[in-house]
Design a protein around this ligand. Structure first.
Ligand SMILES: Cc1ncc(COP(=O)(O)O)c(C=O)c1O
Length: 479
């Protein structure tokens, strides 16, 4: 069996009408593109909104309605991860195990992190670290985070530690922010595709919904930028929505790896201000940009935010420092009332004192960050990205070519027997049966079936994951 390759035409010429709708698209081409219209609509709360992977368990008599609904709330991202956790690939111990190209983690820098995290300054215990403390994060850590963000976000003014909230990950921050700025059944506007776990983050405790603004994968003569987010699309989405109180923006984006320019971000923030929406700006991948010619601009680098009291910026250690297991996420907001409300919820989401110490030590070590970790991390990411994209090219699979984040958004529509989300799920399951875990587009509420997110930041990639991907693709698409 061989892999049938979907046609890929040159990205530099205009696609003919019958050409595949997305080609390999470089950032530079994206910059030249023009906005176009979009279909923005309410996501039907069906398979797309929270794709259920395995069959839902029958309701438990021991749980409340809410408890049952939480228990049954498992999408493909969770289902895939559970299977992977039970059968992880290991080069010698479990060579037939599952290779995880689905979870957005950076596994390329363990040696650097191990060397730094085992230095003597990390092992520190004093009485206060073992006691209760400020639930927004200890002062010494919030001060380090404020200094870190001032420097790495290029803020024109020194950021204030009192505006920083630290919790056990940005997932918790999404959950807590939604709880205090929304009421039950309120909705938050979000362009799709998007990092799908946010649906659960805002819904499970707080019953807050997401209102989807679908970005189109089709490129047109007017707009070469697939999944292009514009203010017009947000406006169009908002007119159809009800009870919106916020908009979520990601930069760099998950799963598109798109990097928005300062002009675009200002336009999105102005849109939020015009409509009295909070803007939750997720900048979790801000240092995970691995092409020197491309610069990321944080919204905290702006001279002034359009609506500072309604703009809240998230960052954390999971992606940029390859430490998703440490569970550290930060929020920067000038809104003290929001900080006070979050402080009440922080007692459920604190980080151990000794870990807060380690995080602060890491963030203040500019020599290690600038001279060792960041350059080497970027070098390895770039190499892994070009390895994956080279393989995709050789297999004729179109993808968005962006020099950021830990994954590539790839177009596997050619491998679907028909264009449906059921078929997409079948393909996802087929990969899993062949021991390759990917993330399918419906887990990100993508409006077109057949898109997959493939994580490249893993050594396993070089050890055979792509061979298996190749084989699984061939298996689904015999010639
Ligand atoms: C865009 C984005 N935001 C938030 C999160 C959650 O991160 P954390 O590990 O800090 O909870 C993730 C994790 O994948 C992410 O990709």
């Amino acid at each position: 069996m061989t892999t049938a390759a979907p046609p890929v035409s040159s990205s530099s010429s205009q696609p003919p009408a019958e050409a595949p709708t997305v080609q390999v698209i470089s950032t530079h081409e994206a910059e030249k593109s023009q906005p176009t219209s979009v279909t923005a609509c309410q996501m039907s709360q069906n398979v797309l909104a929270t794709p259920r992977g395995a069959e839902a368990p029958s309701p438990s008599v021991y749980l409340s309605k809410r408890g049952n609904s939480i228990r049954q709330h498992q999408g493909t991202l969770q289902e895939g991860f559970v299977q992977y956790a039970a059968n992880k690939y290991h080069v010698t111990d479990n060579p037939e195990g599952i290779i995880n190209l689905g979870t957005s983690e950076n596994k390329l820098c363990y040696d650097l992190l191990h060397a730094r995290l085992t230095r003597p300054d990390m092992l520190y215990v004093e009485p206060s670290l073992l006691q209760y403390s400020d639930w927004t994060g200890r002062t010494f850590l919030r001060e380090e985070v404020a200094k870190f963000l001032t420097h790495y976000c290029g803020s024109p003014k020194t950021l204030n530690a009192d505006n920083v909230v630290v919790m056990n990950g940005c997932g918790s921050l999404f959950s807590c922010v939604a709880a205090v700025i929304c009421d039950p059944k309120d909705a938050i506007l979000i362009p799709t595709p998007f990092y799908g776990v946010i649906t659960d983050d805002v819904d499970l405790y707080s019953d807050v919904k997401l209102f989807h603004v679908h970005l189109d994968c089709e490129v047109t003569i007017k707009d070469y930028r697939a999944f292009h987010l514009t203010v017009e699309k947000l406006e169009e989405g908002l007119t159809k929505a009800k009870q919106e109180v916020a908009v979520i923006l990601m930069n760099p984006h998950n799963p598109l790896a798109e990097i928005y320019t300062p002009e675009e971000m200002i336009a999105f923030l102005e849109f939020a201000k015009r409509n009295d929406l909070h803007a939750i700006v997720d900048e979790l991948y801000m240092l995970t940009v691995f092409d020197e010619s491309v610069t990321f601009h944080s919204v905290l680098s702006l001279d002034s935010l359009p609506d500072p009291l309604r703009t809240h910026v998230m960052w954390g250690l999971s992606k940029d420092f390859a430490m998703s297991g440490i569970r550290a996420g930060t929020l920067y907001t000038e809104n003290r009332e929001l900080v006070e409300a979050l402080a009440q919820l922080g007692c459920f989401h604190g980080i151990p004192g000794t870990v807060q110490h380690q995080v602060a030590q890491l963030l203040q070590d500019r020599a290690w960050i600038d001279n060792e970790f960041l350059p080497e991390n970027r070098r390895r990411l770039k190499a892994a990205h070009s390895f994956l994209t080279g393989e995709l090219r050789s297999m004729g699979i179109p993808f968005l070519d962006r020099p950021a984040a830990l994954f590539v958004w790839a177009d596997l529509r050619e491998y679907l027997q028909e264009s449906s989300f059921q078929e997409e799920l079948n393909l996802w399951r087929c990969f899993l049966r062949h021991n390759v875990l990917l993330s399918c587009g419906q887990a990100f509420s993508c409006s077109t079936p057949g898109w997959f997110r493939i994580v490249f930041a893993d050594q396993h990639l070089h050890l055979g994951g792509l061979t298996d991907l190749h084989q699984a693709a061939a298996w689904t698409h015999p010639s």
